[in-house]
Ligand binder design. Structure first.
Ligand code: ADP
Length: 398
């Protein structure tokens, strides 16, 4: 069975074609600068990447080219587009109604269109990708996998913001949570590795990338998460501020005369690690700069590691204990200095890591970095949101 996974961003379309029997990726790639030029990097498994500049005015045109590449004699991996058995779409926002991954029907598309106001950046490209598939590979079943649905069972006192209730009822303002597919995937892999049922574990999963979020997973279900109405809430990120006193926003708007768009741009693209350090949003650069004595690079990293600690403490309290802690995504999987700082002075909570294992970890595979005898097991688990989407698609498409 061959499953195509699509992840449409505002100006990009990422894809992976899976062979589900073997659990392997046959080909993958990224279309970028859609609507403003266009490039494609396509990689057939085992081959060197193929790159082309090509006009990609819309996501539909990008998909057309992707399908051509997938069955082309030179770069292709299938002999006919009909060989694609199903398509799985990453959809960032499922609102309140899409509570789990679902087969796509007309009514699902209509619902996704209705929640574009609360998902203005990612909703339209995801819908465009779904409609393009309906047109270009008609009859092929499609499944939507939502970043938010892992959080469907969170209790109301954890998702309602303490502002007038009507904003929730009339405008849908609440915590939704994001990165759910990644948190769901790594918690499953962890349970598998520990050889224990997910339903018996209290886990904190730290997805630390350019965008970062932390989730408390109790008995297989997410019970709390750091991201909120948008992916802006929570810990400091590459260029996003994470949580700040909301009055700072209104104060700055009044003081500087910023428009809402300018303020959003500052909070989303000019804040976070970049804003504090003034150098970079990239944790590797900041680590290097901090080691050379750059104070603000060090400060940005301290804000991050302390912020992560806060959530670990809070979620351990919410779950009345902790069995395992997971690090994933670019920073979580690679930056041992961040893991070391987060896990330092946490022995009272039962978190103790082996310094040597943490520093000399094995890349690209699940890896236990717990100190011998530590009460809480600490693991690095490479995330694979696309594979999780492919698994859901296989389960729901037919
Ligand atoms: P995104 O949220 O864009 O998917 P990633 O998960 O790729 O982000 O994470 C990017 C972050 O991970 C950057 O801060 C980067 O410095 C850090 N990082 C550290 N080592 C690596 C690595 N080997 N590969 C990718 N990212 C890394």
């Amino acid at each position: 069975m061959k499953i195509l996974v699509l992840n449409a961003g505002s100006s990009s379309l990422k894809y992976q074609l899976f062979n589900m029997e073997a659990g392997t990726v046959l080909a993958k790639g990224t279309c970028e600068r859609i609507g403003a030029g266009g490039t494609i990097t396509h990689k057939k498994s085992g081959d060197e990447p193929f790159f082309e500049e090509i006009d990609l005015p819309t996501h539909a045109v990008a998909l057309e080219r992707v399908l051509e590449l997938l069955d082309s004699p030179e770069h292709g991996v299938i002999s006919d587009i009909g060989d694609i058995d199903a398509v799985g779409h990453r959809v960032a926002h499922g609102g309140e109604k899409c509570r789990e991954s679902t087969k796509i029907t007309e009514s699902v598309i209509k619902y996704l269109e209705s929640i574009v106001p609360i998902n203005p950046l990612h909703g339209p490209p995801a819908i465009a990708g779904i409609k393009a598939c309906t047109e270009q590979i008609p009859g092929t079943p499609q499944v939507a996998v939502f970043d938010t649905s892992f959080y469907s069972d969170i209790e109301d006192f954890r998702y309602i913001y303490p502002i007038p209730y009507e904003f929730y009822e009339k405008d849908g303002i609440r915590r939704y949570g994001f990165h759910g597919t990644s948190h769901r995937y790594v918690s499953r892999v962890l349970a598998d590795r520990l050889g224990r049922p997910l339903e018996e574990l209290r886990i904190i999963t730290c997805h630390l990338g350019n965008g970062s979020s932390i989730t408390a997973v109790e008995n297989g279900k997410a019970i709390d998460t750091s991201m909120g109405f948008t992916p802006q809430e929570g810990i400091i990120m590459g260029t996003r501020s994470g949580s700040i006193d909301p009055t700072v926003v209104t104060y700055l708007m009044k003081l500087k005369g910023y428009t809402p768009e300018q303020m959003e741009d500052i909070l989303n693209k000019k804040s976070g690690l970049l804003g504090v350090s003034g150098i970079s949003n990239d944790c590797r650069n900041l680590t290097e700069a901090a080691e050379k004595g750059d104070k603000r690079a060090g400060l940005a990293l301290n804000i991050m590691t302390n912020g992560i600690k806060r959530y670990i403490g809070a979620y351990t309290a919410e779950m009345n204990g902790l069995d395992a802690l997971v690090f994933t995504a670019g920073i979580g999987e690679n930056q041992y200095n961040i893991r070391r700082e987060v896990c330092s002075n946490m022995s009272w909570l039962g978190i103790e890591i082996d310094e040597d294992k943490n520093e000399n970890f094995k890349r690209g595979v699940p890896f236990d970095i717990s100190a011998e005898g530590a009460k809480v097991r600490t693991w690095i688990i490479p995330t694979d949101e696309e594979y999780m989407i492919a698994l859901d698609t296989k389960r729901l498409a037919f």
